[in-house]
Design a protein around this ligand. Sequence first.
Ligand code: G4P
Ligand code: NA
Ligand code: NA
Length: 193
Amino acid sequence: MEALKQKILDEGRVLPGNVLKVDSFLNQQIDVKLMEAIGKEFALRFADDSIDKVLSIESSGIAPALMVAKELGVPMVFARKRKSLTISENVYSVDLFSYTTQKHTQVIVDQRFLTAGERILIIDDFLANGQAAEGLLKIISRAQAIPVGLGVLIEKSFQSGRQLLEKANVRTESLVRISSLVDGHVIFSDDGK
Ligand code: G4P
Ligand code: NA
Ligand code: NA
């Protein structure tokens, strides 16, 4: 997606540790027009997939997921993060481990908001190591819902998330694929659209 690529080139900053900072339009301030265009793009890509619900994870997945859900005319649900491992009832809960932050987080969705047989589209901001996506897939599986696909705005192709999702046989659509952030330069994969 050209508009997102251009925004990354204009406003993205590469931080140490292969992190792309995009807080001026995605992770803190949000470019609403861009999010709207992103919503339309994913809605087109998944137009023939009879999506019943969009599932995301707080906090940075919520903005794009909301726009996709609006375009598809379906509800959006986001998984919440809990710091402590307290037991809650009537929730689907998984433990996420972030390689980036080396921290465990418990992620939960109330059982009322996912129903067996529902066709679910997962939307998130980044695909890095795929831990968030894998956790959401587990939750979908517990609910006996159907994971139709994953849409991410920015895929870091040099990390392992894509392989993980291919192994899990989940259709993954990235709006932008980055093959390298070495030396502060953003290099896009040729096949990134
Ligand atoms: P994974 O889900 O793909 O395995 O990602 P990982 O655990 O490695 O990433 C942890 C957090 O860092 C996630 O957000 C993820 O979206 C974000 N992240 C990964 N790589 C980048 C990057 O290059 N730039 C930015 N800006 N974020 C990145 P989170 O902790 O769940 O936070 P949030 O959704 O509340 O923002
Ligand atoms: Na995220
Ligand atoms: Na983030």
